[in-house]
Design a protein around this ligand. Structure first.
Ligand code: DP6
Length: 331
C-alpha cells in the first residue's frame, strides 16, 4: 500500500424527489429513485490519514473527538475501504462543516461523500464516480447523490452494484436557488435512519412508491427543460407525499412546526400571485424554498417577514465532490 493522507470537499444536497424507505437498510438500497441538487455554498472538508499506527479509527468532527453512532457509521465505511484496498490500518478522520450542525441542514450527505473520496484515495484506491457513489451510499443513502455534480439522479437499483447516482445536468445548467428557511435550530427527534425503517408502516407508502417513476421522470424532464411550473408541481407533490407517509406511520412522524406551515401557506400564495417559487421539506421543521436566481432577493425579503423565521441561507447548484490534496508519505 502506498501510504497517503487525502483531503476532499463535498456539498450537501436537497432532494426534489425524495428517498424515503429502504428495501435493504444496511446497504441503503432505496425503495424508490430520487433526484437532488448539490448546494454550493455549504461544504464539508474531510481529511483521512492512514499514516500513524493507531489501535482504532479516530474521528474528529468540527474539532471535537466524536464517538457513538456517528463514529460507528464512519468506521463501517472505513471497513469497506480497507476491504477494497486490502489493508488493515486504522485511520484518523478530521471533518469540518462550514455550516452549523444546528442549522437544520443534514451534514451526513456531504460528510460521507467527502469521507468516501478522501478515504479511498488515502488507501491508494482509484474509484470511478459510480463506485464512489456506491461507497458513499454505505455511509448514508443520500450521500451517494453528493458525489456527482449539479443536478443528480440516484437510480434505486436492486442491489449494491446498481444502486448509485449520476449527474443529469451540470451546476450551470439552471439558475435555481435553495432559500433554506430555518424555523428551528433544535436537533431532530427522529433520525432519517429510523424514519426510513418506519415508512412501510404507513398504508400510503405503497402508493407513493408505485407512482415514484412518474414523478422522477416529470422532475428530470422539468430540470432538463428548465420548466419551473412543471418542476414546482412535482417537487411540492413529492414532498407532500413523503410527509403524508411520515405523518401516517406508526409511530407518527410530524416534523412540521407552526412556522413550517406558515411558510408553506405563504409560498403557495406567492405562486398564486404568479411568482415562480415552491417548497420542499426534509425530515425536520426547516423548509427549503426554491426559486430562480432573479427572484432570490424578493423571496428572501418576504421570508424574513414571516412569523417564526430565524434565518434564511441561500444556496446555488454545487459541483461534484472533489479531491483537494493528497500526500504520499512514502515519496
Ligand atoms: C428526507 O440519506 O439522511 O432527506 O441513509 O439513513 O443516512 P440515511 O438517510 P438519509 O435520508 C434522507 C431523507 C430525506 C430525503 C432525501 O434526501 O432524499
Amino acid at each position: 500500500m502506498s501510504i497517503v493522507s487525502a483531503t476532499a470537499v463535498a456539498y450537501p444536497n436537497i432532494a426534489f424527489i425524495k428517498y424515503w424507505g429502504d428495501v435493504d437498510s444496511s446497504l441503503h438500497i432505496p425503495a424508490n429513485g430520487s433526484i437532488s441538487m448539490n448546494l454550493a455554498e455549504l461544504t464539508t472538508r474531510t481529511t483521512v490519514s492512514f499514516t500513524q499506527p493507531l489501535s482504532q479509527d479516530e474521528f474528529t468532527l468540527n474539532g471535537k473527538p466524536t464517538i457513538g453512532k456517528a463514529f460507528e457509521r464512519v468506521s463501517i465505511l472505513l471497513n469497506r475501504v480497507r476491504q477494497l484496498a486490502n489493508i488493515s490500518s486504522f485511520a484518523n478522520v478530521e471533518s469540518h462543516n462550514n455550516f452549523p450542525m444546528a442549522a437544520g441542514i443534514a451534514s451526513s450527505a456531504s460528510g460521507f461523500a467527502a469521507l468516501s473520496l478522501a478515504a479511498s484515495h488515502a488507501a491508494g484506491l482509484v474509484l470511478d464516480e459510480k463506485d464512489l457513489s456506491r461507497l458513499a451510499r454505505i455511509g448514508s443513502g443520500s450521500a451517494c447523490r453528493s458525489i456527482p455534480g449539479g443536478f443528480v439522479e440516484w437510480q434505486s437499483g436492486a442491489n449494491d452494484n446498481d444502486s448509485y447516482a449520476f449527474s443529469i445536468a451540470s451546476p450551470s445548467h439552471w439558475d435555481l436557488v435553495d432559500c433554506i428557511t430555518i424555523v428551528s435550530q433544535e436537533e431532530k427527534i427522529i433520525s432519517s435512519s429510523i424514519g426510513h425503517s418506519l415508512a412501510h408502516t404507513s398504508m400510503l407508502q405503497l402508493a407513493r412508491i408505485a407512482d415514484a417513476p412518474r414523478r422522477l421522470s416529470l422532475c428530470g424532464e422539468a430540470i432538463l427543460e428548465r420548466d419551473f411550473d412543471q418542476f414546482a408541481e412535482v417537487v411540492q407533490l413529492d414532498s407532500n407525499l413523503m410527509h403524508a407517509v411520515m405523518i401516517t406511520s406508526t409511530p407518527s412522524l410530524l416534523y412540521w412546526q407552526p412556522a413550517t406551515v406558515s411558510v408553506m401557506h405563504a409560498v403557495q400564495s406567492w405562486r398564486t400571485e404568479g411568482i415562480p417559487v415552491c417548497y420542499t421539506i426534509d425530515a425536520g421543521p426547516n423548509i427549503h424554498v426554491l426559486c430562480l436566481g432573479a427572484e432570490v432577493e424578493r423571496i428572501v425579503e418576504r421570508l424574513y417577514k414571516l412569523p417564526g423565521v430565524i434565518r434564511v441561507v441561500t444556496a446555488h447548484p454545487g459541483g461534484p465532490a472533489a479531491l483537494e490534496n493528497t500526500q504520499n508519505l512514502n515519496k
